[in-house]
Ligand binder design. Structure first.
Ligand code: SF4
Length: 238
């Protein structure tokens, strides 16, 4: 088992603003930018990032059809700790809805970033062990019961990690800015360099979906006039 608490701070403002549907040429940009500058140090002070992974034999894991072909399971957890959730709730209760929403999205971006860092550690160890990994599997999705979260949390807590994570009766994780997930693992599987491949992901509403580049051909124009843009861009500025 490996536990990580020294995550690198790499909050990506552009991704936060895109998730908030705010563009530089928009009227709300200056207001949101000022709020972002105010909230980033608060986020930094309140976040208590902790994450970990644990390779176990598949025979010790609940039976899941999707990983039938695997010999091992890489179990993961990640949390930003309770203080940031309390701060977001406080902002909403005070009526500071813009700051509450922005801090919520900033925290989501941060946990997304930390999960990529955790994957980097995990995939390095898998490579060293000669193992490949399936795509990330989250309990509650793709026919995997939510109660699998309990099995994974128990595993980490038995080793003294993830101690302030709890599950409600409906298997909701507390604090909210936390995740539990796993990968099937075996020598026969490939090992992806990245944890997120938006191309094949069915989370249509994901705020952090890779925008990718779009090519737009103005009608009647030659191919040399193709515009390169991202989804949602205002084409009037080209
Ligand atoms: S769309 Fe899927 S793969 Fe892409 S960032 Fe969101 S969760 Fe990750």
């Amino acid at each position: 088992m490996k536990i990580i608490s020294n995550f690198l701070w790499n909050l990506q403002k552009d991704r936060v603003f895109r998730a908030m549907d705010c563009r530089e040429e928009g009227t709300a940009y200056d207001v949101l930018y000022a709020a972002y500058i105010k909230l980033e140090p608060i986020l930094k002070e309140l976040v208590e990032g902790e994450g970990g992974y644990y390779f176990i034999e598949k025979s010790k894991f609940p039976p899941i059809e999707k990983i039938d072909h695997c010999s091992k399971v890489a179990c993961c957890f990640l949390t930003l700790g309770p203080k940031i959730t309390d701060e977001i709730s406080k902002l909403f209760h005070q009526g500071d809805y813009l700051e509450g929403m922005l801090l919520d999205v900033m925290a989501d971006e941060l946990i997304f970033n930390f999960s990529n860092q955790l994957y980097s550690h995990l995939s390095n160890e898998a490579r060293a062990l000669g193992l490949g990994l399936t795509e990330r599997i989250e309990p509650g999705e793709k026919d995997v019961p939510l109660k699998v979260q309990k099995a994974i949390l128990t595993l980490f807590q038995a080793e003294g990690a993830a101690l302030h994570l709890t599950l409600t009766e409906a298997y909701m994780l507390k604090p909210v800015k936390s995740m539990i997930y796993f990968y099937g693992s075996s020598k026969e599987l490939p090992l992806s360099e990245t944890d997120h491949s938006c191309k094949d992901c069915d989370k249509a509403a994901c705020k952090f979906r890779d925008a990718g580049k779009l090519s737009v051909e103005p009608s009647g124009e030659k191919k040399s006039n193709l515009l390169k843009s991202v989804k949602g861009d205002n084409l009037n500025r080209y």
